[in-house]
Design a protein around this ligand. Structure first.
Ligand SMILES: [Zn+2]
Length: 166
């Protein structure tokens, strides 16, 4: 077996990420291993979004750059996962799964730079929220500049949205 020298293993390019308040910073060597959308209910709730998009990196190619002391960890024993987030601003920073011990997952949104992988993969689609926007056509909402909406489908009688009832 050929052994890689440290010089050969080191990547010349890194992508760095930061939380909303800037206290916690991290980096990975580029290209990342892969990038994926997680439609699981656990990630949806933990990250407060329709689905979470992660960049998967080998643990050996991941580093904290600053602010590790600001991290708080939530260990989900049933799911065998650990989620680390900034205790100052709440930004999710790392998602570790016991089923993939050599990998770490960083929310794609914390990176400004490209990570060398397109987000082509979808996991846990069976748990996808039925309110996820899937690219249905949008139209401007009359009287509310900047608000777009999905017109109700003709086959259904959609109730009026009370948010915009005056
Ligand atoms: Zn923060």
């Amino acid at each position: 077996m050929r052994r890689a020298t440290p010089a050969a293993k080191a990547s010349a390019v890194q992508a760095s990420g930061a939380c909303a308040c800037g206290a916690v910073r991290l980096e990975i060597d580029v290209p990342a291993r892969w990038a994926w959308h997680d439609h699981s209910e656990r990630s949806r709730r933990a990250q407060g979004c329709a689905y979470a998009t992660y960049v998967g990196s080998y643990r050996s190619r991941f580093r904290w750059l600053a602010g590790e002391e600001h991290l708080t960890r939530y260990e989900d024993e049933a799911a065998r996962t650990v989620r680390s987030f900034c205790a100052r601003c709440g930004t999710p920073m790392l998602y570790e799964r016991a089923s993939s011990p050599t990998m770490v997952n960083v929310p794609r949104a914390v990176f400004r730079e490209r990570t060398g992988r397109e987000t082509r993969y979808h996991m846990n689609l069976a748990e996808q929220a039925d309110w996820t926007w899937l690219g249905e056509p949008l139209a401007p909402l009359k009287g509310y500049p900047g608000v777009m909406w999905e017109r109700p489908r003709k086959s259904k009688r959609a109730p009026r949205d009370p948010m915009f009832d005056l």
